[in-house]
Design a protein around this ligand. Structure first.
Ligand code: FE2
Length: 447
């Protein structure tokens, strides 16, 4: 007799996979490392572990009718009440305590899951089609990426070197730009399991534009550095130039001079900067300055999304650049479950995923590096906050820039072509790069 795997089983397996990945990141470290604040931008690592357990208790236990698994923790592990830079001063759990708390929450969450009505027309909108369980799984995977950004900031003397898998080598490197024709496309999604900020699907009409076929590489970015790009205010916006001065920016984060070339620190390794990989650890201001120097600009969020998923033959927009089939390692550099953790630990060279190209011909729109866009984070027309304002709505406004596409550290569950991320334009510790665009009716770049 054929055994049909139920949605309940899938959700339980997804929760288990997320926790296994979280523990793989944190368990190599002792409590002294885990409870220390290594950088004001990032939490002590153990805070994230206890926070994901507390979030799960809120949404998969209490929101579904259970009592708190352990009282007195909500304030300590609430991301809004506790600024990251102050979390070291909190009464943090040890690793053993956080693991035990996570196990106890998980046992109760699974108990409730097995009794839940997940039908699409069930009485509780949180449970329909497994929405809230999918949300909690994505949340944990998003924190794993945050944990990896914190690990990358560990002092080198900690001696914690991580080994990533070998990255694929492309046979040809994509070059140049793709012309995206003028016209409408479907942006966003009506997928009930997507986050509120991706919904609803709506029509956006854009003029024609050119967009880079691949993210800007380290080699291209080096040319900007060598041309004095960091020292020429013509290329920078007013805020960007002020920040460049104040923060004394002169290279991407983690780069250092190595003779005539460049080296970088990556998860405890000092290595030559590979010219053919997408640049990462640049802030929005650096991306904006590079684009202006190159005679281009950053794409708007809508331009990015159209280039990533619009098929001009069918007139439809796919879930992924390559269509609607699930992400697998041959299609994109993401934190795939099938890869040994933690995957590649960096972007792959441009052109390494020819099978994952978008219908318009853009490479690596999903995976490798988050891509900064020109757009401030705001709601799609018809947006409705669900299930809580603090996921997206409180961040709407000019303070945050939208990033799209996911990075090598992003799990496929949080990287579809409608997924929206946002951050302050000065942030560099995230795994972010960019590609450039320009209006189709303007002359080509001069350099
Ligand atoms: Fe969180």
């Amino acid at each position: 007799m054929a055994v049909t795997r139920s949605l309940t089983d899938d959700l339980a397996a997804n929760l288990g996979e997320a926790r296994a990945r979280t523990l793989a990141v944190v368990t190599p470290y002792d409590d002294a490392v885990l409870r220390r604040q290594h950088d004001p931008l990032m939490s002590p690592l153990v805070w994230d572990l206890a926070h994901v357990a507390n979030y799960e208790d809120l949404w998969l236990v209490r929101a579904l009718g259970g009592d708190a698994t352990q009282s007195g923790l909500d304030d300590v592990y609430d991301a809004f009440k506790q600024p990251r830079r102050e979390r070291e001063r909190l009464p943090l759990m040890t690793l053993a305590e956080a693991r035990d708390y996570g196990d106890r929450v998980r046992a109760r969450a699974l108990e409730l899951l097995h009794r839940a009505d997940l039908s699409p027309d069930g009485p509780d909108p949180l449970l329909r089609e497994g929405f809230v369980h999918t949300m909690v799984v994505q949340h944990e995977h998003q924190h794993i990426e945050t944990l990896l950004a914190a690990v990358q900031l560990l002092p080198f003397h900690e001696g914690h070197r991580l080994e990533g898998l070998a990255r694929p080598r492309p046979s040809t490197a994509p070059d140049g730009e793709v012309l995206v024709p003028a016209g409408p496309f479907e942006m966003g999604t009506d997928d009930p399991l997507a986050y509120d900020n991706e919904r609803p699907r709506h029509t956006v009409t854009l003029g024609a534009y050119w967009i880079d076929a691949a993210p800007v590489t380290n080699g291209q970015y080096q040319a900007f550095i060598e041309a004095g790009g960091y020292d020429d205010p013509r290329w920078w916006g007013a805020d960007g130039w002020a920040w460049r001065q104040e923060a004394d920016l002169s290279t991407p984060q983690f780069w250092q001079r190595d003779g005539a070339g460049w080296a970088r620190l990556r998860f405890g390794h000092v290595e030559a900067v590979p010219a053919d990989e997408p640049v990462q650890h640049v802030c929005w201001h650096e991306a904006d300055a590079y684009a202006r120097w190159a005679g281009k600009r950053l794409p708007t969020e809508a331009e990015w999304e159209k280039a990533a998923r619009f098929d001009p033959v069918t007139g439809t927009s796919g879930r992924w650049p390559w269509g609607d089939v699930s992400a697998v390692p041959e299609l994109a550099n993401l934190a795939h479950a099938s890869l040994a953790h933690p995957g590649h630990l960096g972007p792959s060279p441009v052109g390494a995923y020819p099978l994952g190209t978008s219908p318009l011909g853009c490479h690596q729109m999903v995976g490798d590096v988050w891509e900064w866009t020109a757009t401030d984070f705001g709601p799609h027309p018809g947006f409705a906050a669900f299930p809580y304002d603090e996921y997206s709505a409180v961040f709407h406004g000019a303070a945050y820039k939208v990033l799209r596409g996911g990075s090598w550290a992003t799990h496929p569950s949080a990287a579809r072509a409608t997924f929206r991320n946002w951050d302050l334009p000065i942030r560099r510790q995230i795994f972010a790069g960019f590609r450039c665009a320009r209006d189709a009716n303007l002359p080509g770049p001069v350099c």
